[in-house]
Design a binder for this molecule. Structure first.
Ligand SMILES: [Zn+2]
Length: 274
């Protein structure tokens, strides 16, 4: 077992697949990496979070910008960029997903990270590279960060949108794991799914990691996990029992306010290459 990629300290084994750094609390798994992602519902929250990200980027930039999204999935972020009239290129590693995206959108490239340097023809192309729930699925993150520098132009920036190990949901699942209820924790790592999480950062160790690899943080915030409205409708599309739906939508409504005061579950950071 190698030492921590952030602070070089030793890892401690937490369960059969997760290791934690003693010092900075970075978590990594030995789950088998894979392509593709599970079908996501058309989530109101995700879309609103994408709108927040785009709004932030637009507040930073005055000129027209070119964005590359890594792992575009079903293309929701591309759609929001199109609405905002931002030049967006989507990408996918997986052939099947790639084909589906190309049917819907114009600028889609095949890209898996880390890439094969000999085939890369994207030098100095993009102002922004964005990872929406993708960074935590990648191997060889140090190599990835160094390769991204060649794709970014001189003022290029990286946007990271990923789950936090300091968030309320993660902490609660970890507590449950300690008393023997492991399914929530396993679900957060996407254990047993086609593309599980290989790493789990918190806001602090993520900043440290990017800084160590030649990026300067220019913005740090978080995104919401649960929306206030339309929870009932969403639940009712999978659970038919109205009483159960009312019960859970009430819990989610309460959680909407909880998440404002408790540690946030989704990290939203922007870094500039130096
Ligand atoms: Zn560490």
């Amino acid at each position: 077992m190698n030492n921590c990629i952030i602070c070089n300290n030793q890892f401690q084994k937490l369960n059969e697949y997760v290791y934690e750094c003693n010092q900075c609390k970075f978590l990594k798994s030995n789950l088998k990496p894979g392509f593709g992602r599970e079908i996501e519902g058309i989530s109101e929250v995700r879309k609103n979070n994408f709108k927040s990200i785009i709004k932030k980027i637009k507040s930073i930039e005055t000129k027209n910008i070119k964005i590359l999204e890594i792992g575009s999935g079903n293309g929701f972020f591309i759609e929001e960029c199109n609405k905002a009239e931002i030049d967006i290129t989507g990408s996918e590693a997986d052939e099947e997903q790639l084909g589906l995206l190309r049917k819907k959108y114009n600028k889609i490239i095949q890209l898996s990270l880390p890439f094969d340097v000999s085939t890369n023809n994207l030098n100095n192309t993009f102002d922004y590279i964005i990872f929406n729930d993708v960074f935590e699925h990648l191997e060889s993150l140090e190599l990835v960060l160094s390769q991204l520098k060649s794709i970014l132009n001189d003022e290029g920036k990286i946007v990271l949108n990923l789950p936090s190990s300091d968030g309320l949901i993660f902490k609660t699942s970890n507590l449950l794991r300690k008393i023997g209820i492991t399914n929530f924790y396993d679900r957060l790592w996407q254990k047993g799914l086609s593309s599980p999480h290989l790493s789990y950062f918190n806001s602090h160790n993520l900043s440290k990691f990017l800084c160590k690899n030649g990026y300067k943080q220019i913005y740090a915030s978080s995104l919401i996990t649960v929306s206030r409205n339309k929870n009932f409708e969403r639940l009712n599309s999978t659970i038919k029992n109205k009483l159960i739906c009312h019960f859970f939508s009430y819990l989610l409504f309460l959680f909407y306010y909880f998440q404002k005061v408790f540690p946030k579950d989704i990290i939203f950071h922007i870094y500039k290459k130096i």
